[in-house]
Design a protein around this ligand. Structure first.
Ligand SMILES: *Cc1c(COP(=O)(O)O)cnc(C)c1O
Length: 229
């Protein structure tokens, strides 16, 4: 686990350098450890080294792995949420970053109401144009979705999430991140009372670009834990 500590220190340095380079204030960007496929033991080691924010793709895996973690552990769902998993999600994570459909939001709202809890959500936007990716693709879908979620009293919008296209073309990756930031600027005007401050963008291969384009939360798996099997 010495390796893990070294990798963590390197990533933190790269985040700080990207913050400085792009005129962001120090600490403006949160580091999320994406722990999908990793063991409970690896999560505990990450926690011991100071990480508190974790992301998982699958609800069941998240619920089992994070059961009885210390109370200051902040677990987000970053993968697609199926409606029939909304109950488990409501009971096991503090934020769902992948809301892109009314039906999923409504199911989550219902189960959060039953548990008498509120849940942070991010709206997932497809900024890459890749059909394989989840996320709302246009404003004609997004605006009514936001209006509907604003009526759901147990869900609290706190920003937007995206995944860049899967390519080495840095211009395309950057364009995807800047599209999310521009969308945020637009939404703040349309919904001045709503919090869109969180911009969850950037992964192992592109988190520095994302920070330069305004990311507030980077989701890093491979560069922290090593390659996934
Ligand atoms: C797996 C995953 C990540 C982390 O990817 P790495 O390339 O391993 O850093 C980030 N975000 C989402 C939505 C993911 O599914």
């Amino acid at each position: 686990m010495e390796d893990f500590a070294q990798r963590l220190a390197q990533i933190q340095e790269r985040i700080e350098a990207a913050e400085r380079r792009s005129g962001r204030s120090p600490g403006a960007v949160k580091l999320m450890a994406v722990s999908k496929t990793r063991s409970r033991q690896e999560v505990e080691e990450a926690y011991r080294l100071g990480l508190r924010l974790f992301g998982e793709n699958r609800v069941q895996e998240a619920a089992e792995k994070f059961d009885a973690m210390p109370a200051d552990t902040e677990l987000h769902l970053i993968g697609h949420l199926q409606r029939n998993k909304a109950k488990t999600a409501a009971a096991s994570v503090v934020c769902v970053q992948s809301i892109d459909k009314f039906e999923t939001a409504a199911a989550l709202e219902k189960h959060c109401a039953e548990l008498d809890r509120t849940m942070k959500i991010l709206l997932e936007v497809n900024t890459s144009g890749e059909v394989s990716k989840e996320g709302v693709t246009n404003q004609a879908q997004l605006i009514p979705l936001i209006e509907a979620v604003l009526d759901m009293t147990h869900l609290k919008i706190s920003g937007l999430m995206t995944m860049a296209p899967f390519t080495d073309d840095q211009t395309a990756v950057r364009a995807s991140f800047s599209a999310l930031r521009k969308l945020q600027e637009h939404l703040v005007k349309v919904f001045p009372e709503t919090d869109f401050s969180e911009l969850s963008m950037g992964m192992s291969s592109d988190f520095e670009l994302a920070i330069e384009e305004g990311s507030t939360l980077v989701r890093v798996g491979t560069s922290l834990f090593g390659p996934r099997k």
